[in-house]
Ligand binder design. Structure first.
Ligand code: AMP
Length: 295
């Protein structure tokens, strides 16, 4: 595997590649969740390109941009063993040189859920992803279902801007107690880490409720909220039961799939998780159909 840190060098390399290219964009501090994206991509493409870039544009003023974990040496070893061929590691100056003034902004789907808590976050995400799409020119790009709204927003952008790229969702990889793997889990001390399993537990309670016939969105939200509130170290930021294709918050029962999602603060970490209801959809890469905008 080759590590490329220069944009001209990367573009030269890209021009020499033939066959299908799969892209795995990351911010580094890699764990098995990221590697699952690489492993999935590896089965479906001739060349796998991962990127590591802690994108300043998607962090708010009071967020963890400076403290976000960075470990290129270990990340490179992990990417290589998962089957990546190249890792492109640009710097902020390379991506946003002096005079930079162009942004990609998706509409109302970015105002919901995470967008409401993190204004400007998705503008940062779509801008950097659009730039990476233009630089890397992948045939397929792989994203984790853990960030379900991110997938929906990127699909919307791909559809609206006519990118000829397939967006492939990959199911969330979890620790043995169900906690979704996240680079931000590193912020947790031991007792906080134990407490964090409540996040997945709350979704499991919602799934049990759903499987027992509960369809009322408010009742499902309450099941999740009450489970989180029972854990003293966890502070619920929001819980949502939304239409899985539009992410519009639901007041009434619908027949189509719902996305249950929540964000919880534990210690210094802000952690999110989600699942689709019915739950069978979570294991299907055919999640494509429920989140719409298939290119
Ligand atoms: P990040 O480095 O946090 O920006 O994540 C890079 C990509 O990895 C995104 O598409 C995430 O959704 C995905 N990802 C992060 N954690 C997981 C996980 N536990 N399982 C599957 N994908 C993940």
């Amino acid at each position: 595997m080759e590590i490329i840190t220069s944009l001209p060098e990367f573009l030269k390399l890209r021009n020499s590649l033939t066959g299908n290219v799969g892209l795995v964009p990351t911010m580094g501090a890699l764990h098995q969740g990221h590697l699952a994206l690489v492993e999935t991509a590896q089965k479906e493409n001739d060349t796998i390109i991962a990127t590591i870039f802690v994108n300043p544009l998607q962090f708010g003023a009071n967020e963890d941009l400076d403290s976000y974990p960075r470990d290129l040496e270990n990340d490179s070893k992990k990417l290589e063993s998962a089957g990546a061929d190249y890792v492109f590691v640009p710097t902020p100056d390379m991506m946003y040189p002096a005079g930079y003034q162009t942004y990609v902004e998706v509409g109302e789907i970015t105002d919901r859920l995470e967008g409401r808590s993190r204004p400007g976050h998705f503008k940062g995400v779509t801008t950097v992803v659009a730039k990476l799409f233009n630089i890397i020119r992948p045939h397929r790009a792989y994203f984790g279902q853990k960030d379900a709204q991110q997938i929906a927003v990127i699909r919307r952008m791909v559809h609206d801007l006519n990118f000829q790229i397939d967006i492939i969702p990959v199911p969330t990889v979890r620790e043995s107690d169900g906690l979704a793997m996240s680079s931000r889990n590193q912020y947790l001390n031991q007792s906080e880490r134990t407490a964090a399993s409540v996040i997945n537990k709350s979704l499991k309670q919602a799934i049990i409720g759903y499987n027992n016939g509960i369809r009322n969105p408010e009742q499902l939200r309450q099941i999740i909220a009450q489970t989180i509130e029972a854990e003293p170290l966890a502070k619920l930021e929001y819980v949502s039961i939304a239409d899985a294709s539009t992410l519009i918050e639901l007041d009434e029962v619908i027949d189509s799939p719902m996305l249950a999602s929540l964000t919880v603060r534990i210690g210094k970490a802000r952690l999110l998780d989600n699942c689709l209801l019915p739950v069978e959809l979570n294991t299907l890469v055919g999640l494509k159909d429920s989140l719409g905008y298939i290119s």
